[in-house]
Every structure is written in C-alpha cells, then in structure tokens.
Write a protein of this length. Sequence first.
Length: 114
Amino acid sequence: MQWLTEDALLVCDHGGRVNNKLSQQLVEIAGRRVMVAIDPEGRSISGCPNADVLMGMRPCVTTLPVKTGYSDFIAIAGHPVCLSTVRGLTDGTPPGTVDYSVKRPGQVLVEAGS
C-alpha cells in the first residue's frame, strides 16, 4: 500500500474526480505533500456523469467520511497517513451505495502496512 500525496487521483464509482485539499505541510515525498486523515473527507467531486433528472439520479458532489484506508501505525502530527486503500461513500445516488476510492496514489516510492 502506497502513501497518498497531493497528486493522488481519487474518483467516485462513476468516474468523477475528487478535488484534493491537504491539511499538513510537514512531510513530503519527492516534494509533494502527504495526505493524512481527514484530507479526503468533505471534498468536492467534479465531473461525475451520474445525472439523470428524469430518473431522480443525482451526481456525486461531495465525499463523505473514509470507511477504510487510514494507517493504523503511521501518523503525522497525530493524523494517520492515507494509504492507497482509502475508500468511502459519496453523496451521490443511490444513497449509501456509491464509493470513492484511489485510482492513483500520486507516488510509488513509499509504502506502508495498514
């Protein structure tokens, strides 16, 4: 499992892109800041194609809390590091069924256990 950096690509199940915003500035990998808990949560999602008003479908607009993917062993300033296994729900439809996950971690140099 790789650590996530600001260059990580997280997407909803429909292919919409999560807009990363990082909270820490202490640790970098190859000049790119490392993502920590709760960086993936509450972020906007752009480009989700799941929009069919007639069918009542709503696109994914925001990420919800992470369900899995924070390190149990490594933290930065008390915040667990985000791993390439990050997964959580979005606010898209149908409710409670649409996940966001890591498509690309943003780096391949640093790996860690869960």
